[in-house]
Design a protein around this ligand. Sequence first.
Ligand SMILES: Nc1ncnc2c1ncn2[C@@H]1O[C@H](COP(=O)(O)OP(=O)(O)OP(=O)(O)O)[C@@H](O)[C@H]1O
Ligand SMILES: [Mg+2]
Length: 388
Amino acid sequence: MMRALSIALGTALLLAGLAWTVYDSHAAWVTFVAFGALGVVTVIAGQALAARRERLGGLRRQALTVGVLVAVQTAIVTALFIELMFVSPHDAFFTALVVVDAAVLGLVTTWAFGRRALHDIDATRATLGAATDGRRDVRTGVEGGGELADLAADVDAMISRLDGEERARRSLVAAVSHDLRTPITSLQLLADAIQDGVVDDTTARDYAARMSTHVRALSALIDDLFELSRLESGELRWSMQQVALGELVRDTVEAMRPEADAADVRVRAVIEADDPFAAGDPARLQRVLFNLIQNAIRHTPADGTVTVRTTRVGDAVEIEVADDGSGIPEAQRDLVFEPFHRADPSRTDGGAGLGLAISRAIVEAHGGRIWIADADVGTAVRVRLTAA
Ligand SMILES: Nc1ncnc2c1ncn2[C@@H]1O[C@H](COP(=O)(O)OP(=O)(O)OP(=O)(O)O)[C@@H](O)[C@H]1O
Ligand SMILES: [Mg+2]
């Protein structure tokens, strides 16, 4: 308010100064009184209207009100000018015409600008409304720069993200239901057979053993899902320590040896002389190694080799799990880290497709990175952690 008032009075003073240099002190005095008074009244009226902006209604009516205020003020200035300057009726008539024309042209130009802005606002609002109603295929279509275009771009980006998240959630639910349905159907069939008494005792015991395998697989799947959702929501407690990676790799390789032997696969650990340390949760880092080594064993044919190697790269440590198996096609290298993704869905010997997703969540929670590196034969999965 004070700033607007000083601008109005300052302008009146400036114009009065101008009148003084061109005419005399009387002209300056009349100019200052007339313009000063008009300025104060206009500022007060403008501020009063601005304070009650929401009562005026939408932006269109607000713009119209401002237009009317400016027109009234211009009319008063003109009337004052005609009254004070003793102009002839002829001059007064044409001055009034000039003012009316200027006011109309001014309003038309302002309207053209305002219409574009209002169109952008309407488009953004309609898009938000459609998105609230659940639509995800809508975009504002607002282009160019400026605040309104930025706002519209933010709305578009938000809808795209919602769309992506919802798709991911839907496909996750579909994958979970599929993976639960298969063992549950088998369990139902086996239980029915035992209950109906159509099988002899030996077969019934065999069926019970199979049921217990299915139940174990189901509970492993549910544990993995739970782990993944806790990792993604970030509500896990980490027990961060200095982890001797060489020791961790050696222990994990030894723990996996029976599984490798059963598959006729050699598994070895290669530790760099300067045994690297990393800050991390040892149990969860071991979980990553288990997942990677298990994948490698699973995808390596009999007589193949799995090598787990640690190397120091600058101030980072890399652990590589390499095998000489079937490899992962280039196009699948990012996808295999998505939950439930299996490079070859027809294979039934694998797991649920959660191992790499869980591993990525663990590694990223450690501020590290996991990726499928280039390899001449087979697959090489690399994990990079900051060295401690
Ligand atoms: N060493 C590897 N060689 C070839 N393909 C691999 C290898 N590791 C992973 N993959 C591919 O990536 C997919 C995803 O691996 P991931 O560990 O996430 O799931 P999974 O092993 O199928 O199941 P889970 O780990 O839940 O038991 C696998 O199904 C497989 O197709
Ligand atoms: Mg796996």
